[in-house]
Design a protein around this ligand. Structure first.
Ligand SMILES: [Zn+2]
Length: 139
C-alpha cells in the first residue's frame, strides 16, 4: 500500500510515485502499521488517510444537524461520546413529540416550535464547543 505524503491519497499497488499527483514523496506502508488514530477512507476522489477525530467530528456535526431538523436531538453528542448530555437532549425530543401528538400539557404549536428551535440551537452550539475543546481551540 502506497501513501502519498503530498496529497494524502492511498493506492493499493506499490508505486515509486503517486499516480494521482505525480509526487515522488510517499511511502509504501504495511496497512497493519498505520496508527490507530488514522483511518483509510474511500471516496469519489480516491482513497485517503484521514485522522479518526476528523471523521468523528464530521459525523457529530451531521448527526447534530440532520436529525436535529426533524427534532431528534442529542445524536451528535453520542457521536462525541457525551452520553449523559445526549440522553438529556434526546429527552427533549421525547418531550417535543409527546406534547405534539398527545398534547398532555396543552402547549400551543408555536410555543412548542420555539422550544424545539431553542433545543436545536443549544445542542448545535454545544457540539461546536465540544469539537473546539477536542481540537484544542480555545475561545
Ligand atoms: Zn499524491
Amino acid at each position: 500500500m502506497h501513501i502519498c505524503t503530498e496529497c494524502g491519497r492511498v493506492t493499493e499497488e506499490d508505486y515509486d510515485f503517486c499516480p494521482h499527483c505525480g509526487s515522488i514523496k510517499g511511502a509504501n506502508v504495511d496497512p497493519a502499521l498505520i496508527p490507530p488514530q488514522f483511518k483509510v477512507v474511500s471516496g469519489s476522489q480516491g482513497t485517503f488517510i484521514v485522522k479518526q477525530s476528523a471523521i468523528r467530528i464530521k459525523l457529530a456535526l451531521a448527526l447534530a444537524l440532520i436529525p436535529g431538523i426533524f427534532n431528534i436531538f442529542g445524536l451528535g453528542h453520542f457521536a462525541l461520546g457525551k452520553y449523559i448530555r445526549g440522553v438529556l437532549f434526546l429527552a427533549c425530543s421525547g418531550f417535543y413529540y409527546y406534547e405534539r401528538y398527545i398534547g398532555y400539557f396543552g402547549i400551543g404549536y408555536w410555543y412548542l416550535f420555539g422550544f424545539s428551535m431553542a433545543v436545536l440551537l443549544v445542542q448545535i452550539l454545544d457540539v461546536f464547543n465540544l469539537i473546539k475543546k477536542e481540537l484544542g481551540i480555545s475561545g
